[in-house]
Design a protein around this ligand. Structure first.
Ligand code: SF4
Ligand code: F3S
Length: 329
């Protein structure tokens, strides 16, 4: 078996990565995971001292938005030090994981790609992390989505069976996403539906999932040798424990009945609450207001559009119509 050497020391010594940048990642992950600050040292020791974690990324019925989110997580901007940037969290992540298989971005193709997958699940049985993106058609034995002549259903069952842990990245992998929207002709579902009784599964819903939460979950797995604590839907509390509405910067306007009533009206220009425009923040649990998007610079409500509830279960059915207000309690 090849040894997956941790690349952090090498990256620091070669000047590719500053020690400050590394510690910033540890601090960010610790904060996002809602761990006490004393844990930063433990996180840093685990990330720097562990062999790289082998990772298999499977992709099925999807738009590749979670891969895009992963790849486009560029430099992390420190809100306390404007203008100062560090290597991206993905740059850092790639020093302590080994992305062995990812169809969209891997170099090998065809039989060589298939060999990469087979080698990984054989050589690292019980040790690799499986990330799944996309919904999985289950009706008619999964014939509506095939990769390499095999059904997505059979692939996800095979690869998750010998994984150390599995993370469903994005709404589609959690519950089927748009493929599972009514009338769901392919019987699409998420990993939990495709692999009944699966153990060590974490669900990171969202369309797409926030890469910061993905990285924090992986950091938790490496540091504590287990996935972060999760609710009955398999969602980690650190990311999905709070209602968006409670942490929204427009909450005071909601409390004072100051609502946007039309796009571009005075309330919209003044940043008032978007509830009457269909915002689903009061019915959605996610850390979007705190973690934000685009290098922690913005999130949908800050951009002037209501939350459409993309982190909620079956949101294409449960949160539509997107532009109608939620019913009163
Ligand atoms: Fe709640 Fe949405 Fe209004 Fe924010 S904009 S306070 S999340 S209803
Ligand atoms: Fe999705 Fe709402 Fe967050 S639309 S990205 S859960 S603010």
């Amino acid at each position: 078996m090849k040894t997956l050497v941790n690349g952090l020391d090498q990256a620091i010594q070669s000047g590719h990565l500053s020690r400050r940048g590394f510690l910033k990642l540890c601090g960010l992950a610790t904060t996002v995971l809602a761990l006490p600050t004393v844990e930063i040292g433990r996180v840093a020791k685990a990330l720097a001292g562990s062999p790289r974690l082998p990772v298999v990324w499977l992709e099925f019925q999807d738009c590749a938005g979670d891969t895009e989110s992963f790849l486009r997580a560029s430099q992390y901007h420190d809100p306390l030090q404007p203008g100062v940037t560090d290597p991206s969290i993905v740059d850092l992540l790639l020093n302590f994981i080994s992305l062995e298989y990812h169809e969209t971005i891997m170099v090998p193709a065809g039989f060589a790609a298939e060999k990469s997958l087979n080698d990984t699940i054989t050589q690292y049985a019980g040790q690799y992390l499986c990330l799944v993106e996309g919904g999985i058609p289950i009706a008619n034995n999964g014939i509506y989505c095939t990769v390499r002549g095999k059904t997505a259903l059979s692939i996800v069952q095979q690869v998750t069976a010998s994984a150390k842990a599995t993370i469903a990245v994005g709404a589609c992998a959690c519950d089927g996403g748009i493929s599972a929207a009514n009338p769901n002709p392919s019987g699409a579902g998420g990993v939990r539906d495709a692999v009944p009784g699966i153990q060590n599964l974490l669900n990171l819903p969202g369309c797409p999932a926030n890469v910061v939460n993905t990285v924090a979950s992986i950091v938790h797995l490496i540091t504590y040798n287990q996935l972060p604590p999760a609710d009955s839907q398999g969602r980690p509390y650190f990311a999905y424990g709070d209602e968006i509405h409670e942490n929204c910067e427009r909450h005071d306007f909601y409390e004072h009945d100051q609502f946007v009533r039309a796009w571009g009206d005075e309330g919209h220009r003044n940043g008032w609450c978007l509830f009457q425009m269909g915002c689903k923040g009061p019915a959605t649990h996610s850390n979007c207001p705190q973690v934000k998007w685009n290098d922690s610079t913005c999130w949908p409500v800050a951009a002037g559009h209501g939350c459409i509830g993309c982190a909620s279960p079956h949101f294409w059915d449960s949160m539509t119509p997107f532009y109608q207000p939620l019913p009163d309690d």
